[in-house]
Design a protein around this ligand. Sequence first.
Ligand SMILES: [Zn+2]
Length: 245
Amino acid sequence: MVSVMTKNLAVLPFLLLSACPDESICAQFVEPDPLFALSPAVWQWQNLQDRTIPVCWDQPSTVSSDDQALVRRIVEASWNVALDHESVSSMFRVRFVGWGPCVSGDAPGVHIVGWALNPSVSAIGARLDGKQAGVRLNMALEACEDVATHEFCVRSQTVHEFGHVLGFVHEQNRPDTPSYCDEEPAGTDGDLMVGPWDLDSVMNYCNPLWSGHGHLSDGDIEGARFVYYPWLYERVFCPTDGGAP
Ligand SMILES: [Zn+2]
């Protein structure tokens, strides 16, 4: 049966709909791997056929146009690919779009800015919508300034910070973090754990590779799909309910 644990009583609505009447059906459920999400910060859309998250660069930007293009390619090759699920019609897919200059300080969507401190976000998930300097990327880190490691450096920080953009928080903040992971909890806590704790997550400070070197773990991919395409799982979980969109 799916392992869904919540620290509070707040759960995503689809979880409330997922009560399974038949344990033999439940046994068919493919347990999604992890991620630690902040459910109120998961992006919601009025129109299910326009599930886009606009992205723009705060102006004037200190990030070169080459690096802006690199950041876009990295997100499109990681989270966008994770959210391109063959079972989800293209019209329902969650996608990052835009990537041009922000037309105003409060333009809708996620604002990226060049940053001289550690890469970070100013909020989690949809709470970034329309906020200046929401995603802070540092192209002047030592590894970024070395041509040989530049792309690796940009990828590692970008994939991690865009995990926050999608509503995910640090894996080591989970209350089921094993004792061998001695990284302190950092930043906002989540309220929704799905599946087992994942050492390989790009959101885990205990990952022996810095943000998994920007390569999503199987759990990261499955977790993102679970949060944004719950009906895929619900259909397996309770196939007699007629499915969903
Ligand atoms: Zn982080």
